[in-house]
Design a protein around this ligand. Sequence first.
Ligand code: NAD
Ligand code: DAU
Length: 348
Amino acid sequence: MKTILITGGAGFIGSHVVRLFVNKYNEYNVLNLDALTYAGNLENLKDIEKAPNYSFVKGDITDQHFIDKLFKDNDIVGVVHLAAESHVDRSITDPLSFIRTNITGTMNLLNACKDHWSSFEGRRFYHISTDEVYGSLGETGLFTEKTPYDPKSPYSASKASSDHLVRAYHNTYGLPVVITNCSNNYGPNQFPEKLIPLSINNLRNEKEIPIYGKGENVRDWLYVEDHALAIDLVYHKGKTGETYNIGGNNEWTNIDLIRLLCKIMDEKLDRKKGTSASLITFVKDRAGHDKRYAIDSSKIKRELGWTPSLTFEEGLEKTVVWYLENVEWLENVTSGAYISYYAEMYNR
Ligand code: NAD
Ligand code: DAU
């Protein structure tokens, strides 16, 4: 059977993409390749792990020989590449692991496609990237597919570099590639180092919520399942060589977002109004903190008919409910190494 390789499929976005592809496409074997770093978790895929068209392989994309053998042993017709180091704060303290996975790892996959695909007919390398490659916006304006790259953090610089490599392999070797740059995702299964799940977890434990600076930075939030639907569309219908921006058209300052989250948490936990908001704490700002991201996603809407399905209020409520119903998942991922990560990161 033909195989689609999904890298990083045990992570947050990857697990939603794997589930969608496994449930929707019986004609492919969906092969999930993941190194199971701190961010990868096979618990995210419990419901589909026995599906006949699903398989999992543990491996590291920085290991060129492993990738080479994987391509020799499987009839891989397409790659949906999500594996990455994804957290900006970690890229500030440990940039090298971002360079290794996000740049070298991507190049290993590109080389494997170039070397193992005897013809590029019907093949596709799909690189999942971020809006952070475009840098930071002022009060107005939106990132379009034509916005010049201006990455500001080690994370975004590593993703920008991988985007450039993907385009270079298209230009130089004719590799059939497609790239999407997406805004901030939220939803079930997100590791609680990112703003929303970290805050849900802290509020659940009546711990303070650390807001960087004054909470005035702006992000454009998209529910993860809407991103997965966009990825499905672009993989199957996107034009080779093209880039599509994906965003929620849903800008929030961090402080307004957290106030809304606090309101939902008070309701769901039956706490007195204002209890959660009293835990908001302003802390030292992130180094080089990008001010504002906002995406113009008119191209993917116009050309492929994609549009987000949920409002932010609906998506945030669904997210809170998922975390409160999956406390065991949260407790598993916040034990062990998370405790020292949190203590070092937040001096608490
Ligand atoms: P995540 O950190 O939750 O998951 C990353 C996955 O990659 C994990 O399962 C991890 O085990 C795996 N991985 C890491 N290093 C690996 C390696 N060397 N070899 C194999 N597997 C490895 O990340 P996410 O938030 O799900 O993001 C997925 C992709 O989407 C990333 O490429 C990220 O840059 C991009 N993206 C994320 C967002 C967002 O808001 N989270 C937005 C836009 C784009
Ligand atoms: O824009 C897409 C990007 O969104 C993805 O490429 C990244 O993989 C993903 O991590 C995300 O990056 P951000 O840095 O925007 O996400 P994060 O959840 O870390 O932070 C969101 C905002 O909240 C940001 O302005 C920083 C702020 N923040 C974050 C944390 C973890 C806080 O104020 N306090 C915190 O403790």
